[in-house]
Design a binder for this molecule. Structure first.
Ligand SMILES: C[S@@+](CC[C@H](N)C(=O)[O-])C[C@H]1O[C@@H](n2cnc3c(N)ncnc32)[C@H](O)[C@@H]1O
Length: 261
């Protein structure tokens, strides 16, 4: 009896954290796209991301599942290139933004509200995510369910090195310098708030997953052997034309972990 009680307490705690995460992003939806690092708008940045996706994924019109799609950064770039996109997200307000942008651009994106652990039915050719793994309580379980949704397919995790963990001394130095520069200029719009201690405690990769952790996570999953690529064209496009200080300070390393066929 005691054991069953413990399991249901743990499950309830997970449900509570998931609903706190949903509510965080439902509030964040109002301003998420204001931050250029969340939603790059300059044409060269959009084009560099589009080229990276095209290179990393099988050709269109492949059926792609974008997990934790948010306001649709990846989904819209993919639909714009002729992919058949299903966008899955926990937060209805984030998906509402995605749908509005898709309608504006006359793009077709199917949206599904739900947890990353429960992908919609149907076989996908590829599963992608950007900046989701850090906020999953059980990323290993998520990778297993994504593999079941694309058993013959490809996985592309798109991440950035946001935390100091696992960063090289050079990257760390630039990270600090960027922070100081942005304080002097006045902060860019970011998120509306922070995750609570309770939320962070439930997340194995809170603050950001490192390249080593991401590769190990994928390799331990049913996706098997993983490859990793640094997205240097994207990094270049993010600083290009912004002035000498930005060129010198660079940006957070962006990278992708790829597995499957
Ligand atoms: C940092 S945002 C990234 C959004 C988008 N992928 C992008 O690149 O801009 C994280 C997104 O993951 C969603 N999310 C968080 N936990 C989730 C879960 N368990 N299942 C599905 N979506 C989740 C949030 O609602 C939010 O939209």
């Amino acid at each position: 009896m005691a054991e069953r009680g413990e399991i249901s307490t743990a499950q309830n705690a997970q449900v509570d954290v998931t609903s706190e995460i949903r509510s965080f992003w439902d509030t964040d939806a109002a301003t998420y796209d204001d931050s250029p690092s969340h939603y790059p708008r300059r044409p060269q940045e959009q084009a560099a991301w589009a080229a990276a996706l095209r290179r990393l994924l099988p050709p269109p019109p492949a059926r792609v599942l974008d997990v934790g799609a948010g306001t649709g950064f990846l989904s819209l770039l993919l639909a714009g290139q002729g992919y058949q996109v299903t966008a899955l997200d926990l937060a209805p307000a984030m998906l509402a933004r995605l749908r509005a942008k898709a309608a504006d651009r006359k793009l077709d994106v199917e949206t599904v509200e739900g947890d990353a652990l429960h992908p919609p039915a149907g076989e996908f050719r590829a599963v992608v995510e950007r900046h989701l793994t850090w906020t999953l309580p059980d990323p290993a379980a998520a990778l297993t369910t994504w593999h079941a949704a694309a058993p013959q397919g490809r996985l592309v995790l798109i991440e950035g090195s946001w935390s100091s963990r696992g960063s090289s001394p050079g990257d760390l130095l630039r990270m600090h310098a960027r922070r100081i520069a942005s304080q002097i200029r006045g902060a860019e719009p970011g998120h509306h708030g922070h995750y609570s201690e309770r939320m962070n405690a439930a997340l194995p990769y809170r603050g950001g997953i490192t390249p080593g952790e991401a590769v190990a996570l994928v390799q331990a999953s049913p996706w098997g052997p993983a490859r990793i690529e640094r997205l240097r064209d994207v990094e270049w496009a993010l600083t290009e034309g912004r002035g000498q200080l930005d060129a010198l300070l660079g940006t957070h390393p962006r990278w992708a972990v790829i597995a499957g066929d």
